[in-house]
Design a protein around this ligand. Structure first.
Ligand SMILES: [Zn+2]
Length: 305
């Protein structure tokens, strides 16, 4: 089964000195868990516009050499790969420093597929959910969406506030995606999506990657596979069969569901989902095919330089 994941902080962990063996995602763990394709984020949002976000992105990208797996910089393979590989995203639009040139630069050196417009701070593009529902996108944000549409780079609305979400929905041709967010109705935290947002993503055929962070799954201190299933199933009930996937947030979380502690655990999660009555065709979609199709759809239309 092709298994894929839309968000992790592994490269950032490596940049901050964590050993490859100690990380939740590395080549060996991908192999043993059957995780074929991982989206590796360049995390650049830690200080908002007051840090060195662009340089952080460049330095984090340099870590990819040490992963020992192919990272698809330009086009993706014809068919979904069966070996550990990766693609790159940006988490924290401050990496662009308010300049469209930076977008083109990251596109050409890293083939970025998605950009989380904000992390938890306001930046040149927008404001995060953590700071409230408003305001919406800034002027640079709107020009950025146009360029992202041209290059076929998805706007990742995980972390973005509500007004920003609807600005993306109303102003972008590409559908909104949430690489690592859950259902707010089951766990009421700003980082999760409300019913209207989930329905909007489904309607536009975007993507929602289920986050394994316990605090986004439940208000209890611990979580299980059951909690992951509940979030998946609630979105399935809204018609989310074609937009669901995994957005583990591995290497960026410190509390996870029991038995789901790193990339080697995917077979157990797959087995659990099958045991809950989903047929194999559905599980294949949410295990990776939905994310693959989303990336492939954009990839075929990309204008590689
Ligand atoms: Zn995040």
């Amino acid at each position: 089964m092709f298994i894929a994941d839309s968000h992790c902080d592994t490269l950032s962990g490596m940049r901050h000195g964590r050993k490859l063996d100690d990380l939740m995602i590395n080549r060996d763990k991908m192999l043993s868990g059957g995780l074929c394709m991982q989206t590796f984020a360049l995390f650049t949002g830690s200080k908002g516009v007051h840090g060195t976000a662009y340089q952080d992105g460049i330095d984090t990208l340099a870590q990819r050499e040490k992963l020992g797996i192919p990272i698809f910089n330009a086009s993706l393979p014809e068919t979904a790969p069966e070996y550990p590989c990766g693609v790159i995203s940006i988490e924290g639009g401050e990496a662009l420093e308010g300049k469209l040139e930076r977008l083109y630069e990251f596109y050409s050196i890293a083939g970025i597929r998605m950009i989380a417009l904000t992390w938890n701070f306001e930046n040149e593009i927008a404001s995060p959910a953590k700071l409230g529902d408003k305001p919406g996108l800034k002027p640079f944000g709107f020009s950025l969406l146009k360029e992202m549409d041209k290059l076929k780079i998805y706007a990742d609305v995980s972390h973005l506030n509500e007004a920003g979400f609807w600005d993306v929905y109303n102003n972008m041709e590409l559908p909104p995606i949430a690489s690592h967010s859950n259902n707010k109705e089951l766990c009421n935290v700003p980082r999760n999506l409300d019913r209207a947002q989930i329905k909007a993503i489904i309607e536009r055929k975007g993507y929602i990657g289920i986050n394994f962070y316990t605090a986004f799954l439940t208000d209890k201190p611990s979580s299980t596979f059951e909690d992951v299933y509940r979030h998946i199933d609630s979105i399935m009930e809204l018609g989310g069969e074609d937009v669901l996937g995994f957005g583990s947030d591995f290497d960026g979380i410190d509390v996870w569901p029991e038995g789901l502690y790193d990339a080697s655990c995917y077979p157990r999660l797959i087995e659990y989902l099958l045991s809950r009555g989903y047929d194999e065709r559905i599980v294949e979609k949410l295990a990776g095919l939905n994310l693959w199709q989303l990336l492939k759809k954009a990839d075929l239309a990309r204008c590689y330089q």
